[in-house]
Design a protein around this ligand. Sequence first.
Ligand code: C2E
Ligand code: MG
Ligand code: MG
Ligand code: MG
Length: 293
Amino acid sequence: EAKSSGQGGVVAFSESLGNERRNRMALENELRDAIREKQFTLFYQPIFALGKSQSAGGLRGFEALIRWNHPDRGLLEPGRFMPAAEAGGLIVFIGDWVLRQACNAMARLHADLTAHGLKASELPYISINIAPQQFLQPTFSSHVQRVLLETGVPPELVRLEVTEGVAIIDPDQTRQVLEQVRCWGVKTSLDDFGTGYSSLSYLQNLPFDTLKIDRSFIASMDDPKSRKIIRAILDLASNLNLSVVAEGIETVEQGASLREMGCEFGQGYHLGRPLDEASAFALVWPEAAPPRK
Ligand code: C2E
Ligand code: MG
Ligand code: MG
Ligand code: MG
């Protein structure tokens, strides 16, 4: 056993694991601490109706995006740690926290607005990313129902975003979960559309409300081929009665072209970056209460 041969033995043993694997294991341990120590936080990126000016009621929703407030490395974006969380199965715990945190935040905003006589019907929705592993848990839909009840967030203000990865893993379960959460009034989005396999049969067979065009198509919009693909996606979505959100709008020109093509909704750095809760909710109502910790 490595330990009994002294420190040198431990090092040799560790080296035999390979750097990558050792790093991942260390990261997984840190992630466990992060859950315990409440080091995660949610940022919120606004989603706008492209036809309206931002100040004239164009704000339609927020996408909740996780960040890790790392004690030594600062604010980390999900690409730095979510792959490890998925590999180690911790994604289910982290995902539960995200769902609850986002619904709580929205319930709070809703309560603040209605208490001040503002129209809740004009509230933006909250869109929450759900990893395949989390979405395909047998208890997922009942868990969603419990969180809705416990937080008191109006279900029609909640959207769940999944990628087609769920359908590739288990199309039948995906369909069932989508139908269940829709029964409770929650809407669903197919995220990153156009990447991966994008089998059109998913669109035909799965009850999504919204399709999010992956930002790779928006980034390459100067290329006429990309614009043709975007047009085709918009056409398809319109025929299937799906609403469309374009992701990753970084320039005025991209926003204008998308609007011209009839794309109804968009998000991206040009329209608004992901913001902390207080800054994001101030877009809805400047006097919204700061988050209660
Ligand atoms: P996503 O769901 O496609 O989220 C959109 C990502 O694009 C976000 O990156 C956002 O910050 C970024 N983005 C938005 N506008 C622009 C733009 O104009 N230009 C560019 N270059 N990027 C833009 P982020 O926050 O780093 O998240 C990356 C991915 O991590 C997300 O992609 C999602 O797949 C995953 N993720 C984030 N939060 C969660 C979460 O709470 N749970 C799960 N399961 N996954 C999450
Ligand atoms: Mg997303
Ligand atoms: Mg996306
Ligand atoms: Mg993405």
